[in-house]
Design a protein around this ligand. Sequence first.
Ligand code: ZN
Length: 136
Amino acid sequence: MEKIDHIGIAVNNLEEKITYYTETLGLKLLRIEEVPSQNVRVAFLDAGNVHIELLEPLSEDGAIYNHIQKRGEGIQHVAFKVGNIEEKMSELKEKGVRILSEQPVPGAGGSKAAFIHPKDSFGVLYELYEKSGKGE
Ligand code: ZN
């Protein structure tokens, strides 16, 4: 794992929360995009050495919607930046760690993502996050 790339926060209204993060907390909004593979719309904010990813469900389906139903809004996952996601996935699988998907899924900004089973990380949902060449 290279570093913590971002912290994923489930929200039920992206615009409302962006206003809080930018105007009240003073963070810079980097971009907003839809990630159909994960059924969410996301906003990335710059918090210095780490980004904050706000995730709003696009419909009543998917991990973010379920998180809000079960636990309310709040921290949903922590993302580690990795160099080569396929290698990291097989390395972890060899160590007996369960990954929630067989293959990486397309993430925000052309990235690739996979999630470690939260039971194997003692209640924390960790994302493996390989960035695209764009540098964000
Ligand atoms: Zn994420």
